[in-house]
Design a protein around this ligand. Structure first.
Ligand code: ADP
Ligand code: MG
Length: 708
């Protein structure tokens, strides 16, 4: 986006006016223009700033250099360009655009500059076409061909907005163009006696179409310099005088001219006003209101680089017109355009461009970031898969939910049906009985029972379809288990529903299949009190049924809560038991180690006893003495006992079977040992006795000898 370049040019003053003057005058300072009083003080509110403000001494060369040159160069590069001169008659528009012999104007300089530039651009081939037209009385006339009058404006995708039938001359050099312009001027003069009047009432547009193409079309690396064709349009416009129609003082033909001029310039003013509002407030831009604005459409807020030179007359008499011109210039300054190179792509150029783009993308992929990108892609893919799975899971859950919901619905419906059935069973027979007496009595029943017609609908609502469809044609067989006419036992499930009288009433006129009724899934329902069985009060029954069901639900809920409570208690108990089990396991482990420890202690004791007995034996001098024998046999027994004990303790420790299995063996062993010790003691006692007897004999013998 770029702003339109706006400049103001003050032409040199002409012969001093004879009119009375206040001495107000314009002052140009840098890029400011302000109105001053005769004493040189500025008049407030009449000061303007622009991109450039050229004073009367400024030449066309400088104006071209500062204002137009860039646009002309850009046009060679492929940008659309427009330069137009706006201002009142005789303010110097034509002088600025066409110039003089000594100071050529913008058109002349632009043409020369374009060809110079083209010659410098050796890598491109150019094709330049020029046309020259005039808009006079809202008619477009071709200034290159007088016969081409009243031309029409058309628009196409390829050419944009163009004047159909306008002669376009292909030109090769600047001189050729300047000659053509001169011819155009001659044509303009043709048939006109007063050229000045016409020139101030008409707009002239000199147009150059610059086409270029890269010379090296074999190059595959730079598509823009080869196959793409750039086409730009350059408009150099000399507008009609912007003075107000009243000022012309014209009448007749001149009035008509003035109207048209006014229309075109008014349209230009409107377009510029709208465009200066900014892109958001713009709304519709009335380009089509005049031929001028239509032709200049790309230059105003479109795809073009545009410059406006507003020429003003410095005389005091023109102050109002100058102010008007400066206000127009101020508004134009706010317009932004969006210029871009106009390229027409041939098929080959398109292919090349796409190839290059693909190549670039591939390079980017193969670059250092390629791996990261691939990982990113992989990550994203994985995430996508995860989401997909989650979604599927959720879908399945939803489906299940739906199913269960459906089942619940079905259940509720069935329940409702049963309730309805029961209600009908209770209410229908009475009504039907009445219905059997005739239709009137049927309606009477409804009337009597419900007292309004809407209650009939309510009754219908509570009836099952089978009852509704053919109440009188209802036939069913009697229960199989009883054929007694005076004894018709109530089925268990229905005993909760109606008392015997009601049941009999209900069966009057019908043969119901009691077996099939019994087949109905049993439901815990509280008996309806007989007082509630009044026929026709099905809604009450229904309500009660619902209440019963609610009570049941409450009971079930309580039961459920109780079960939950028990369950939690059980869980606590389980936890407690688990803790005890683990404690017991620990104890078992400790107990399991006891025999081993005992075994070790026994072995230790055995060793000590062995040592003790051996020491004792060493103190006995005679091995054959009874003491020695007793010691030896005692130590034998004791060691044997300890050994046995030891072996028992170590035995089957893995099987945790210590004493019970070997109990008989131990007893056997003890028996042998006790017998052995008893034997030893007996032999010791016997030997002791013998010794005493021997001693007594000896003593007796000794006594005898002594006597003797
Ligand atoms: P317009 O085209 O706006 O009606 P012209 O360009 O015909 O006005 O100018 C009117 C007269 O003023 C012409 O004789 C022209 O030579 C002269 N003139 C305008 N501007 C300048 C200028 N900057 N320097 C010298 N003479 C000028
Ligand atoms: Mg002019």
């Amino acid at each position: 986006m770029e702003k339109i370049c706006v400049a103001v040019r003050v032409r040199p003053p002409v012969a001093v006016s004879q009119e009375i003057s206040n001495g107000n005058h314009w002052r140009v300072e840098d890029n400011h223009i302000s109105l001053l009083k005769s004493d040189g003080t500025p008049i407030s509110g009449v000061s303007y700033a622009f991109d450039h403000v050229f004073d009367e001494s400024c030449t066309n060369a400088r104006v071209y250099e500062l204002l137009t040159k860039d646009i002309i160069h850009a046009a060679v590069e492929g940008f659309n360009g427009t330069a137009f001169a706006y201002g009142q008659t005789s303010s110097g528009k034509t002088f600025t655009m066409n110039g003089s012999e000594t100071d050529p104007g913008i058109i002349h300089r632009a043409v020369k500059d374009i060809f110079n530039k083209i010659q410098m651009m050796s890598d491109r081939e150019f094709l330049i076409r020029v046309s020259y037209m005039e808009i006079y009385n809202e008619e477009i006339n071709d200034l290159f061909a007088v016969e081409n009058q009243k031309l029409q404006i058309h628009e196409s995708l390829e050419r944009g907005i163009f004047v159909a039938g306008l002669r376009e001359e292909i030109v090769n050099n600047a001189e050729q163009v300047l000659e053509l312009i001169a011819t155009g001027e001659v044509n303009r003069h043709f048939g006109e006696t007063n050229m000045n009047i016409r020139s101030s009432r008409s707009h002239t547009i000199f147009r150059m179409v610059i086409e270029s193409k890269g010379k090296d079309s074999n190059s595959s690396t730079n598509y823009s310099s080869s196959d793409a064709i750039r086409v730009s349009v350059l408009n150099l416009v000399d507008l009609a005088g912007s003075e107000r129609i009243a000022k012309t003082g014209a009448g007749g033909v001149r009035l008509k001219e003035g109207k048209h001029i006014n229309k075109s310039l008014m349209a230009l003013g409107n377009v510029i006003n709208k465009l200066s509002d900014g892109p958001k407030q713009r709304g519709h831009i009335p380009y089509r209101d005049s031929k001028l604005t239509r032709i200049l459409q790309p230059a105003l807020g479109g795809n073009a680089k545009t410059s406006i030179i507003c020429t003003v007359a410095p005389e005091e008499v023109h102050i109002d017109e100058t102010k008007g011109t400066l206000q127009f210039a101020s508004r134009a300054k706010r317009i932004t355009n969006c210029a871009q190179v106009n390229e027409i792509l041939t098929d080959a150029a398109l292919l090349k461009r796409q190839k290059l783009e693909i190549e670039e993308l591939r390079k980017k992929l193969q670059g250092s970031r390629a791996e990261v990108l691939e990982q990113e892609i992989l990550k994203l893919r994985n995430e996508m898969l995860k989401y997909e799975l989650d979604r599927e899971k959720l879908e399945m859950q939803l489906e299940e939910e739906r199913k269960s919901h459906k089942e619940r619905d079905q259940c509720i419906r069935e329940q409702q049906m049963r309730i309805d059935n029961l209600s009908n069973l209770v209410t229908f027979p009475e009504c039907d009985k009445n219905a059997g007496q005739g239709q009137n009595s049927g309606s009477q029943c409804s009337k009597e029972e419900f007292n309004d017609s809407s209650s009939i609908t309510r009754e219908d609502f509570f009836r099952t379809p089978s009852f509704k469809a053919a109440p009188n044609a209802f036939v069913a067989k009697r229960s199989n288990y009883s054929r007694h006419t005076d004894y018709s036992p109530l089925p268990d499930t229905l005993s909760n529903v109606a008392d015997e009288d009601t049941w009999l009433k209900m069966n009057k006129g019908y043969i119901a299949d009691l077996d099939s009724i019994q087949m109905t899934p049993a439901r815990k329902v509280q008996s309806f009190p007989s007082s509630d069985m009044t026929p026709g009060l099905s809604s009450d029954n229904h309500r009660k049924e619902v209440e019963n069901l609610t009570r049941q639900l409450e009971l079930i809920t309580e039961e459920k809560n109780e079960l939950e409570r028990k369950h939690s208690e059980q869980s606590l108990l389980n936890e407690h038991l688990m803790e005890e089990i683990s404690e017991l396991k620990q104890e078992v482990l400790v107990i399991g180690e006891i025999p081993q420890r005992l075994g070790k202690s026994v072995a230790h004791c055995k060793e000590i006893l062995k040592d003790l007995l051996l020491t004792m034996q060493s103190f006995v001098p005679d091995d054959e003495s009874s003491t020695a024998k007793l010691l030896s046999s005692t130590s034998e027994i004791v060691i044997s006992l300890f050994s046995n004990l030891e072996s028992y303790l170590f035995m089957d420790k893995d099987n945790h079977e210590f004493f019970p299995r070997n109990d008989s063996l131990v007893q056997e062993h003890c028996k042998v040992l006790s017998e052995s010790i008893r034997g030893t003691i007996t032999s010791l006692v016997a030997s002791e006795k013998l010794a005493i007897e021997n001693k007594e004999v000896k003593n007796t013998i000794c006594g005898c000898h002594h006597k003797w």
